[in-house]
Design a protein. Structure first.
Length: 132
C-alpha cells in the first residue's frame, strides 16, 4: 500500500522539521488503508467490532522531513507471528528519493467490547503468503 502526505505546518516543531508524532500519524493513515486492502476496512470493523490494535512500534529516524515536503509512505504486511502480525513501513521524500523513516508495528486483532484477542483469519494469512 502506498499513501502520500504533504508536510504541513502542524506537522513540524519549532525547528521546522517533522516531529515524531506526525510520522506516526502518517503511518497510521497508511496502515488503515493497508488494513482495508486486507479486508479490515472501517465499515467492516465497525460492524464486526474486530479491530487491529497496535501492540508495539519500532521506528528508525534516518533524516528529517521539512515543511512542504511530499512523502511517500509504503506499507506492507511483513509477517505473522502467532496471534499477532507485523506491518513494515518506509517513508521516502519524493523530491530526492531519500529514505527518511523505517518503521514496523506489531498488531493483534481484538474483539470489542470484550477486549479479547482473536486468531488471525485465514484470509490475512493467505494474503501474506501471496505477497511473500
Amino acid at each position: 500500500m502506498i499513501t502520500r502526505e504533504e508536510v504541513m505546518f502542524f506537522d513540524t516543531d519549532c525547528g521546522g522539521v517533522v516531529h515524531n508524532l506526525a510520522y506516526l500519524r502518517m503511518i497510521e493513515t497508511c496502515r488503515t488503508r493497508l488494513a482495508a486492502k486486507l479486508g479490515l476496512d472501517l465499515p467492516t470493523m465497525s460492524e464486526t467490532r474486530l479491530y487491529p490494535v497496535v501492540v508495539r512500534t519500532e521506528v528508525d529516524y534516518r533524516a528529517p522531513a521539512k515543511l512542504g515536503d511530499w512523502l511517500r509512505i509504503e506499507g506492507r504486511l511483513a509477517e505473522i507471528e502467532g496471534a499477532k502480525f507485523w506491518c513494515s513501513f518506509v517513508m521516502i521524500r519524493e523530491s530526492d528519493g531519500q529514505i527518511l523513516v523505517r518503521a514496523r508495528q506489531a498488531l493483534a486483532l481484538v474483539q470489542m467490547p470484550e477486549g479479547k484477542p482473536k486468531r488471525l483469519p485465514e484470509s490475512l494469512k493467505a494474503h501474506l503468503l501471496k505477497e511473500g
